[in-house]
Design a protein around this ligand. Structure first.
Ligand code: LLP
Length: 432
């Protein structure tokens, strides 16, 4: 009946998340409100870990891609679950370290890391820097020299795979700002160059082929191409790269028609391809890293809003306006990403109308979705938008000087704030 398995309806006819009444949560904390289910996040971490344990002989690490949702509490949970984390800025690294996350299990990504970020990474002994351009290779070497240390890196390569997803979130093809192309020989020449830097250790290779991918095949193909690359590198240079990071991108169910594959299936298929190719090329099976972001956390989250204005335009459409919008969830405005929504206090009722859910920003494109089938919504109702745990809070903004919502975590029938709601003082904090 609902998109995510942690959602249900109680005897009052209200939507629940992890057994907690969402209408009560809205009353207690106000709206808009991000709600995350801790048990589901932990369960997802364990599923990914178990898939590596079962199909790849425990020879790997699951890194949570924290761009999906970053705050201190999530890094504490990831530490507790013995995960690694993928970061992509000094802000994410800083938050992780402040939360006590072990720096050796942090990976730093980014197509244009600044000197400040690289220095921070080296000084804090971040586990791996994933090198994306030649500029940063030189910077890393000189920073490491100054710090009298050696830095472990992976090189980011483009395996040239089209993973059939939205253009904006496709990163593995040749025309991408990320990484070095295998096809053109660029990636191999970078490997040769790396061996000239005294303060850099080349540990392995990384790729990420896209996001919200609902098939297994592109991942298997990526593994195939990457092992081929590792073999070419060995033949040409004698260097055997012992770590293979295959990135993230595993799809989830946002709307009924999405049919994601069970996480286990990915690892099963990828592991068997790696085994086959390593046998074929006579290579040692590399330590494997995967970086799920969305799939770990999106299904664990919902956003609660209060319905305000209702505008029926005969023969055109009905707008249901909410007290949030593109400032807390820009994904429809950016990618036309679809969501399921439920009137939380009418969760048992028929979805009797087709509506457009509009945000409150001064912008026509500020929509959460169009042609959405919904229970009859009126002013004062609580609206829940499902599967918003990833790339909502982390992509939120203060456009129109709207305040960012609070984030709460639910677990064991209880709820707690993990990110405070912004205040008016927060909004003017940096103004002179
Ligand atoms: N690793 C790397 C190197 C990545 O670039 C990404 C996502 C991930 C892992 C995690 O991918 P995931 O498992 O979450 O699909 N803002 C977009 C998504 C951008 C993803 C960018 N990179 C969205 O809202 O759909």
């Amino acid at each position: 009946m609902f998109i995510s398995k942690n959602l249900n309806v109680n005897e009052k006819g209200n939507l629940t998340i992890a057994g907690i009444d969402t209408v009560d949560l809205a009353k207690k904390y106000g709206t808009p409100l991000y709600v995350l289910d801790e048990d589901l996040i932990r369960e997802n971490c364990q599923k990914f870990k178990k898939s590596i344990d079962s199909y790849y002989g425990k020879n790997g690490l699951v890194c949570y891609a924290s761009k999906a949702f970053s705050c201190k509490e999530i890094y504490r949970i990831m530490k507790d679950e013995q995960m690694g984390v993928d970061t992509v800025s000094i802000g994410e690294m800083y938050t992780a370290i402040l939360a006590g996350f072990p720096s050796e299990k942090i990976y730093l990504h980014g197509n244009n890391k600044t000197k400040e970020e690289l220095r921070f990474a080296v000084e804090n002994k971040i586990g791996r820097i994933v090198v994306d351009n030649l500029n940063e290779l030189e910077m890393i070497d000189s920073i490491a020299k100054e710090a009298n240390s050696k830095v472990d890196i992976l090189i980011r390569v483009k395996p040239g795979i089209d993973a059939h997803t939205h253009d904006f979130i496709k990163t593995g093809q040749i025309d991408s700002k990320f990484g070095f192309a295998i096809e053109t020989g660029e990636a191999l020449s970078v490997v040769k160059l790396v061996s000239k830097f005294d303060n850099i250790n080349l540990i392995g290779a990384h790729c990420h082929i896209g996001s919200q991918i609902l098939d297994v095949d592109p991942f298997v193909l990526a593994a195939d191409v990457m092992i081929g690359f590792i073999s070419d590198v060995k033949d040409e240079t004698g260097i055997e790269m012992l770590e293979l990071n295959l990135g993230g991108g595993f799809g989830i169910k946002y709307i009924d028609k999405d049919d994601p594959v069970d996480y286990e299936e990915y690892m099963k298929a990828v592991a068997s391809m790696i085994q086959k190719k390593c046998d074929q090329y006579n290579l040692k099976k590399p330590f494997i890293v995967i970086e799920p972001g969305r799939s770990l956390i999106a299904p664990a989250g919902i956003t609660l809003y209060t319905v305000g204005a209702r505008k029926e335009i005969p023969n055109v459409r009905t707008y249901i306006s909410i007290d949030g919008g593109m400032t807390d969830n820009p994904r429809y405005a950016l990618y036309k990403s679809e969501y399921d929504a439920i009137v939380a206090n009418k969760a048992n009722e028929e979805r009797s109308e087709i509506v457009t859910i509009a945000g409150k920003c001064c912008e026509s494109g500020d929509l959460i979705g169009e042609n959405m089938s919904l229970q009859h919504a009126e002013s004062g109702d609580i609206l829940a938008v499902c599967a918003t745990g990833a790339y909502n809070y982390s992509m939120s903004s203060n456009y129109n000087r709207n305040l960012k919502p609070a984030v709460i975590m639910v677990k064991g029938g209880k709820s707690r704030v993990i990110v405070n709601r912004e205040t008016l003082e927060d909004v003017v904090r940096n103004d002179i």
